[in-house]
Design a protein around this ligand. Structure first.
Ligand code: SF4
Length: 346
């Protein structure tokens, strides 16, 4: 069956149904920019029964939605057609900005020791249709609230670069000026640090944001939280960050989750400053919240330590922000996405 997200096939079909240029343009806008659903396209009553026979129009089933009681986060739980579960998070930020965090795999092979998704192991890659369906479901929810979806971050379940082909296919469609029309710089993919794939991605999408989950700046500590460091140690990461600078049109975001007594000392901050010296980066410190995570063994950093850490990096000349994690009451924060049955509403 053809996919609703394959523009050429869809347009060929609609043209056969008598659509002219204006109707096609209208259908594209309603479906991909305004997330109005198929019922809204011109002549829907006669076109849809035929379309249903040739096209798959839905790739995920929304099985639950949990809205945070304390902030603007919503967690969506989907079931795939082979019975797997994945999650997407909508973030409504106080400034009015909207963002969604999408999943790229069912589970993850990287096994970061603090991460609920890593604890699941790797089950399979999501198809580009499943990635795009997350965007459409979330976009529709926001549209119904008169909000426009602006940012997409690939920081949900999975290592997006391990699913390169589907990531590429999804991005090509999301960035297509005649369909989804998202702005390059408002999409970010986050990686655990896979040098070849980070380079390949930077060459293919130099304007799309890249975030690196650093989480430590010496091999011993990083290995403790991210087993991938065994294959790609700090020296390799440093080299690839330097190479990426020559290719990319903007700096790399450095994500640093802060764990008590693991990576939050002043010594650690000095290591980070030294490791990133001379690079165009933005450091994002993420306070870890253990309360809702199934993963044991990590505690939250003392806020004073976080402040001292942040100040040290600022004094060293870095752009540093501290992420206020939304969705702390619904396990929607970084490293907390896993298909936990208790999360279901029904
Ligand atoms: S933090 Fe990211 S890369 Fe690491 S196990 Fe979790 S989902 Fe995978």
């Amino acid at each position: 069956m053809k996919s609703i997200y394959d523009k050429k096939d869809l347009e060929k079909f609609l043209t056969k149904q008598g659509y002219g240029y204006r109707d096609l343009r209208r259908a594209r806008r309603l479906l991909f920019r305004e997330f109005e659903g198929l019922e809204s396209i011109p002549e829907a009553e006669t076109v849809l029964p035929k379309l249903d026979k040739e096209f798959q129009t839905s790739f995920l089933k929304l099985i639950s939605r949990i809205d945070s009681n304390i902030d603007g986060a919503t967690k969506l739980l989907f079931e795939t057609y082979d019975g797997r579960q994945i999650e997407t998070v909508i973030l409504r930020i106080a400034t009015g900005r909207t963002s969604i965090c999408v999943s790229s795999q069912v589970g993850c092979s990287e096994k970061c020791t603090f991460c609920a998704t890593g604890a699941m192991g790797f089950l399979r890659n999501l198809t580009y249709n499943e990635i795009l369906d997350q965007v459409v479901h979330a976009g529709r929810i926001l549209q119904e609230e008169d909000r426009k979806l602006r940012n997409i971050v690939f920081m949900g379940m999975g290592e997006p670069l391990r699913n390169y082909e589907n990531l590429e296919q999804a991005l090509n469609r999301l960035l297509d000026g005649s369909t989804f029309q998202f702005v390059h710089k408002f999409i970010t993919i986050s990686s655990s640090g896979l040098p070849d794939l980070m380079l390949k991605f930077s060459k293919a999408f130099p304007q799309v944001g890249v975030a690196l989950s650093l989480n430590a700046a010496d091999d011993k500590t990083r290995l403790q939280v991210m087993p991938i460091n065994e294959r790609f140690p700090m020296a390799t990461l440093r080299k690839v960050l330097e190479e990426m600078e020559g290719i990319r049109q903007s700096g790399v975001m450095i994500e640093y989750i802060m764990f008590d007594k693991v990576n939050d000392s002043l010594e650690d901050a000095k290591n980070v400053a030294e490791f990133l010296k001379g690079l165009d980066v933005h450091i994002n410190l993420i306070p870890y919240n253990p309360d809702l995570s199934d993963v044991k063994g990590f505690n939250a950093s003392d806020p004073e330590n976080i402040l001292a850490f942040q100040n040290h990096l600022k004094e060293a000349g870095y752009k540093v922000t501290r992420r206020f994690s939304l969705g702390q009451d619904i396990a929607a924060a970084c490293g907390q996405l896993a298909n936990n049955d208790e999360d279901k509403l029904n």
